[in-house]
Design a protein around this ligand. Structure first.
Ligand code: ADP
Ligand code: TRP
Length: 323
């Protein structure tokens, strides 16, 4: 049987945060030992957010650096920049011509982003088609993503099934891998943690700033002595991902019992968080100033990814009648 192929991507729109890490990076990194892995920096997708050119360049390198610091192994994983494989834009066009407006009009992500004031451009609307092309061009079997991307995976499957029905069984129908089915990781304001909402806790950065962010997480107004529900406590929800079950159960117990304040929970969270990312921080500082290493990793990845992409596009050109 053919080995499974896993693929995922992340936009270089800012510094990576705990939501990115637990939603996508950690599951993807854990899988790289057992399946063929493709990971990429979605710089073409980032253009939908009117990002400044210098910020796009800088973030692309820093997201790559963060990924490698967290354990992405370039010897095992094909790691590349989306725009280095331009065939994906050709496939986007071909798939666009098979995608109904209704399918895209139903996408929450477009509605949410425009409701929050993002400029509504065609790229933002067509975003899921580019994402489908990313996944389908590499014939990916599994796609680890955070819960917010679930609908985009459903759209991808829809597009692939429709394409195969019309042109033959060319595309692989991918499956989403969503670790934490319950909900997206909340940010410091209680909404989904996201680079676009200014509510993130980054993986790397200055200790004082990060401590301040964690101490500033919103909580309800219960006093020190009150019994508290751990499920309503954002510091606990984050702590539980970082600390292991035993420590998380202990914190839940202390919250329920009363006499343990949200300030205490935040302090424990900060300590666990800082400790958790210590080895990654050390690795990061060792490669921080070697941007030529990062560029080389991405360039090598693009050569390998490009080979796979060109094969698929060649099949597709024939199937649709361009060849
Ligand atoms: P952001 O919303 O911060 O811009 P991206 O859209 O670049 O993040 O997401 C990169 C990956 O991280 C995606 O798989 C996404 O689902 C996941 N992700 C982002 N935020 C969260 C979150 N708060 N909880 C879980 N996963 C998340
Ligand atoms: N849309 C994804 C996000 O915002 C990033 C992404 C682009 C992606 N293409 C992809 C994720 C393909 C998985 C597979 O997080």
């Amino acid at each position: 049987m053919k080995p499974k192929r896993m693929l995922s991507g992340i936009q270089p729109t800012g510094d990576v945060h705990l939501g990115n890490y637990f939603g996508m990076m950690k599951p993807a990194i854990e899988m790289q030992d057992s399946v063929e892995t493709y990971l990429f920096i979605a710089d073409l997708h980032a253009l939908t957010s009117s990002i400044e050119p210098d910020a796009l360049r800088k973030n692309t390198i820093s997201v790559a650096l963060d990924f490698i610091s967290c354990g992405l192994n370039p010897e095992k994983t094909i790691f590349f920049k989306q725009s280095d494989v331009p065939e994906v834009t050709e496939l986007t066009w071909i798939l666009s011509c098979q995608t109904s407006m209704g399918l895209l009009e139903r996408c929450h992500s477009y509605k949410d982003k425009t409701a929050r004031g993002m400029i509504s451009n065609h790229g933002l609307f067509a975003y899921p088609v580019l994402m489908a092309a990313d996944i389908l061009i590499y014939k990916s079997d599994i796609v680890p993503v955070g819960r917010d991307q679930k609908q985009h995976l459903e759209v991808t499957r829809d597009i692939a099934i429709r394409f195969n029905n019309r042109y033959g069984e060319i595309l692989t129908i991918p499956e989403a891998v969503i670790r934490n089915e319950s909900a997206a990781l909340p940010g410091t304001d209680g909404q989904k943690m996201s680079k676009s909402y200014g509510n993130t806790i980054e993986l790397f950065g200055d200790e004082k700033t990060l401590r301040k962010k964690i101490m500033g997480i919103v909580t309800d107004s219960k006093g020190l002595e009150d019994a508290k529900n751990p499920d309503d406590c954002i510091p606990y929800q984050i702590y539980k991902l970082l600390s292991g079950k035993k420590n998380a159960d202990e914190m839940a117990e202390k919250l329920r019992a009363g006499g343990y304040g949200y300030g205490h929970a935040k302090k424990e969270l900060f300590d666990a968080y800082w400790e958790h990312f210590r080895p990654f921080r050390e690795k990061r500082s060792a490669i921080l100033n070697d941007s030529s290493y990062i560029e080389k990793v991405l360039a090598d990845g693009a050569v390998k990814a490009g080979g796979t992409a060109r094969k698929t596009v060649c099949e597709i050109r024939k199937a649709v009648g361009l060849k």
